[in-house]
Design a protein around this ligand. Sequence first.
Ligand code: FRU
Length: 445
Amino acid sequence: MNDPNAPIYFGGKYHMFYQHHPYGAYWANMHWGHAVSEDMIHWKHLPIALAPTPGGPDKDGVFTGCAVIDNGIPTVIYTGVRPEVVMVASSDDEMIRWTKYSGNPVISRPPGGAKVVGFRDPCVWKENDGWYMIVGTGIKGESGGALLFRSPDLHTWRYLDPLCTGKVRPKDEPGLVAQSDMWECPDFFPLFGKHALIVSTKAKSPYFIGKYSGHKFIPETEGHTDFGAAYAAKTMPDATGRRIYWAWIPERRAKDAFIAAGWAGVMSLPRLLTLRPDNTLGIEPLPELKTLRGARSEFRNIELRPGKDQPIQGTPGDTIEIVAEFELNNAQEVGLKLRAAPDGSEQTVAGYDRGEEQLFTETTQAVQKGHLTLGPQETLRLHIFLDGSVMEIFANGRACVSERMYPTQPDSLGISVYARGGTARLKSIEIWPVRPISTNRLTSS
Ligand code: FRU
């Protein structure tokens, strides 16, 4: 799989679609896979929802899109390719049998002619005067952008203007995405009185938060939804109106290795988005993930001295959840060594560098890092999920880094905590084994 597509709550169930090649564990031949859940935690695979129609505008792939409910009818708006066009399909209440609209494509070419380098991944919402849609694009020589359209019926679309482009900078911000030439998978939604735009570019899914008025979006703040391996993020409101985030966590192993494994790419855990008082994004694992916890181990008050890692005993395997809280005291860096070999020959580090103000992960392959400022008395709270090769790390409710790790030894399961450049205190560490979530799991690891 790659991108999550069209996550939606309907008829008491959560539906998730995703970019999927049914006949090989590598990117090609895009279909929409489909899974369903009652709680966003336990999922059941359903038959493929959308396949390319031979001779149709999506013959070369059913690319990314979104879902809405149109007069009670589940409807998806997605991308057909070569050339990139906007397509519509609708279904029965279970979202099993899909019918493509006979008038497809509903948009056959991007506005702006040759200046537009890409035109894909529609995101649709409803306002009082009709349907609105943004489509990801790149404006040659300028920046990525999201083009805004309006429709009375999801079929006839009129182009308005760019909703936002990478040229519009939040005031006094360093700028994360301005230079990129294409925004993929734009996702636009209200968030506690503001609006948020997440885009996917340069292998990351950064966000803007700002004001939406007069069909323009003016970003006020900017940041990363994830510093690491998370792409093509999509959000949805859940049954109670909370804003839930999903992303594709791609492979870090070589293509030969994932083809041999028979699968490639995973969905992130569901993440809860909120607006923080400083207008930045709050991001945390969905609290209901706690229902998967097995028996808890807890250790408290461990003094950390440089050069002396503290092993945490009794690690319950490679599918675990950890919550660790550190007082930094005068340390320069604190963190955990995870999936460590007994002889120390391999390990994965998740830590915080106070001098650089950076949350990071370090594997034998790569370092992922991003900015996190802690208040003077603030403790570092790392909330970590390890699931086979997947690691998702949340820090202090406002930063996140995902990464893949591929330890080579079966007994590389050790956990230790450390401090560098001074002493620190581990106030507490809690560890739980995590139960599996799928009732019809295809393969493990
Ligand atoms: C993002 C993306 C989208 C496209 C889809 C194709 O990962 O490239 O822009 O619609 O994947 O699979």
